[in-house]
Design a protein around this ligand. Structure first.
Ligand SMILES: [Zn+2]
Length: 684
């Protein structure tokens, strides 16, 4: 999609901090619950599979009947707790958009999102325009006479439909987080990961990709679409070989290579950097930060050695691929068929209004979010959430104080970092101003392009100023949460503060297991294998005594080995290194939330409900938020590209390392999930 290159350079760091990665329906209810949404006290007892013992497979024990009965909606590649809530949020966004679109006397942002929505929903006009909106961009590609001119088009990738073999983004400087820096990153791949080009197990997808490239070129009358498609896929395969793996990209120290443009030109001489940066409106910056340093000269050399005709065909395909969701049905269907059906197994395209909601969320999301919050976010949720976060912060501090492997100096630095953590709940304190953005109900293609150009201009304009720490990286209507190491902040959008994550009417044990563990998860990201390399101000700085770092790494290595042994689909194992940060956060989040639950009981045992103790309900509440089913193609895609473990392992993976889980359910040697105490990994 058009915005995928935005922040590309820092995406490798930030991607893993979100609670979940978005998937490519429950009937909504907007009334405030008078009783718990799930079951009598917040947990769906009927979703359990009591034929499975807790120690045999806790996820199935907690969720087995639900998962067995679950039919993934045809317009989804995965469905579960996150997705059900996300459907509810999308329904609400639909009502925001439809009322804005219907209000012809609306002014300001409401008029803007109304026009954008009408433009998206006007299928007849989109159909009548067919390929016409592409004409100017394709003519610009056809007019290219040399690689410098093509690099200029690539420089516009953040503000137009063009693709680029290197991504450029603006974000906090890793070493000086009060200032912005320009980041450059490897790019150029149309498939979800380099593995799709290089591993025989993905050969069928690669073949279908080549067919899709040919089909896209044929659709615009590009000469020799078959031959061009083969050359394009060969070119990308060579880029894939040169590219860093996602595991390598997770290393913030190796990814921070500041240099001048002159030094960059010497490092990677095959690519016309000055033209590229000028076209991105970055002029001649004094400093840029290169992410995958050793890959740059190789990709630049490929750019220099590949025939200009192939590069131009590659760029034409990128424009068609990026624009297809906003073009006539023949383009949109081809894009869906490859990206969603082939890569994720999704049988049916989403209804148009859902795609409109997603597009507006990505392009003008805060304008939508402002109305969403006024309609659907009760102010008392924010106050309750802030109190809960305070309890979790106290619990994490107590845990850091008593871990047995840390020296006093590192411990003091960790506590200081935690004390500097910033918390954001619900929605931004300062909304983005879209008043300079022009939207036309007759020009969907142009609207999306202008929205992207508008946002890139906003980022470029503030480059020399101080970092605006009030900004949000997700919209309020997003069902997710994140930790941003560069701001040392945890952020919880309004839409996640609902059942089954957060239910004011539910049993506290369930809430601590659900939203409590989510809060603990995000806090733990500040102390996972990546987050621990940043200090309280958000700077990449090593505050660890070497022997403490070595002890931390020994523990995480054992955790990684546990996860790498899991085989969710035949022949495809979990990658314990790719998912390391998330697994550490899943484990730490549960422990901190359980501590906070115990503190809330003030030393008394929790009540027994339906024969279940407080601790048992805590673990069930945690398992309930993970329940989901996914199509096999989607699972295989996520195993190589998603830093999160699959739902099953986000429950069983941490639980078997938690002593209190063994006690709560009487899990004994001989049970499938049992680990002897000396094999359980304790980090935080
Ligand atoms: Zn996370």
């Amino acid at each position: 999609m058009l915005s995928t290159l935005r922040h590309a350079a820092i995406a490798a760091i930030l991607a893993s901090t979100a609670l979940t990665s978005p998937a490519p329906a429950a009937e909504p209810s907007v009334s405030a619950p008078t009783s718990a949404r799930f079951g009598a006290w917040g947990f769906d007892l009927s979703g359990r599979d009591l034929a499975v013992a807790p120690g045999a497979d806790f996820y199935r024990y907690a969720n087995g009947a639900y998962v067995k009965a679950l039919v993934i909606p045809p317009d989804r590649s995965r469905y579960g707790s996150f997705d059900a809530l996300s459907e509810l949020s999308t329904e609400r966004v639909r009502s925001v958009l439809e009322s804005a679109a219907a209000n012809r006397s609306a002014t300001g942002e409401e008029a803007m999102i109304g026009a954008f929505y009408r433009a998206f929903m006007d299928e007849a006009r989109v159909e009548a325009l067919d390929a016409k909106p592409l004409a100017t961009d394709l003519a610009a590609i056809e007019a290219v006479k040399d690689r410098t001119a093509l690099a200029s088009l690539m420089g516009e990738a953040n503000s137009a439909y063009f693709g680029a073999v290197f991504g450029v983004g603006i974000g906090n400087d890793f070493k000086a987080p009060d200032r912005y820096a320009i980041y450059l990153a490897q790019g150029g791949l149309g498939l979800p990961d380099r593995d799709y080009y290089l591993k025989p197990s993905f050969a069928p997808q690669k073949a279908k990709y080549q067919a899709y490239v040919a089909q896209s070129l044929e659709a615009i009358g590009w000469p020799d679409p078959q031959g061009a498609a083969k050359a394009i896929v060969d070119f990308e395969t060579a880029i894939a070989e040169a590219s860093w793996s996602r595991v390598e990209q997770r290393d913030p120290v190796k990814s921070y290579n500041p240099m001048t443009v002159t030094e960059l030109q010497a490092l990677a001489p095959g690519f016309p950097w000055a033209a590229y940066l000028a076209a991105a409106d970055l002029g001649s910056p004094a400093k840029i930060v290169v992410a995958e340093k050793s890959a740059f000269p190789k990709i630049a050399a490929l750019y220099a050695a590949t025939p200009l005709g192939t590069l131009k065909a590659w760029e034409a395909f990128n424009v068609v691929d990026n624009a297809s969701p906003y073009l006539a049905k023949r383009f949109d269907d081809a894009s869906f068929d490859f990206h969603s059906k082939t890569l994720s197994g999704q049988p049916e395209q989403k209804p148009r209004w859902k795609r409109a909601a997603a597009a507006l969320d990505g392009d003008v999301g805060e304008a939508v979010g402002r109305i969403y919050v006024a309609r659907y976010f009760p102010p008392e949720s924010k106050a309750k959430m802030e109190a809960l976060i305070g309890d979790l912060r106290t619990a994490l501090a107590a845990r850091i104080e008593r871990v047995d492997w840390m020296s006093p100096a590192t411990r003091a630095a960790a506590l200081q970092k935690l004390s500097m953590l910033t918390v954001k709940v619900g929605y931004p304190s300062k909304w983005r101003d879209y008043s300079a953005l022009t939207v036309s109900q007759d020009d969907l293609y142009g609207d999306v392009e202008r929205a992207n150009a508008f946002d890139w201009a906003r980022q470029v304009k503030r480059l020399d100023g101080p970092v605006d720490r009030s900004e949000w990286g997700m919209t309020p209507q997003t069902v997710n949460a994140y930790y941003n190491p560069l701001n040392n902040e945890i952020v919880f959008p309004a839409a996640i503060l609902q059942p089954p994550f957060f239910d004011p009417a539910a049993d506290p044990a369930v809430n601590y297991g659900a939203i409590g563990a989510v809060i603990g998860h995000e806090m733990t990201h500040g102390f996972d294998d990546q987050g621990r390399q940043f200090d309280g101000k958000g700077a990449l700085a090593d505050w660890w005594a070497p022997e403490d770092a070595a002890k931390f790494q020994a523990r995480t290595k054992r955790l990684g080995a546990q996860y790498s042994a899991f085989e969710p689909v035949p022949g495809a194992h979990l990658n314990g290194d790719l998912t390391m940060g998330e697994n550490i956060a899943d484990l730490g989040g549960l422990l901190v939330a359980l501590d906070a639950y115990h503190v809330s009981l003030k030393g008394r045992p929790g009540p027994v409900l339906d024969g279940l103790t407080g601790d048992q309900r805590f673990f069930l509440g945690a398992a309930q938020v993970s329940r989901a089913a996914a199509r096999e193609d989607d699972q295989r895609r996520r195993l190589v590209s998603d830093p999160h473990s699959p739902p099953h392992y986000r429950t069983n993976g941490p639980d078997r390392n938690i002593d209190a889980w063994y006690e709560a359910f009487g899990v004994k040697p001989g049970d499938a999930m049992y680990l002897p105490p000396d094999q359980r990994v304790h980090i935080w």
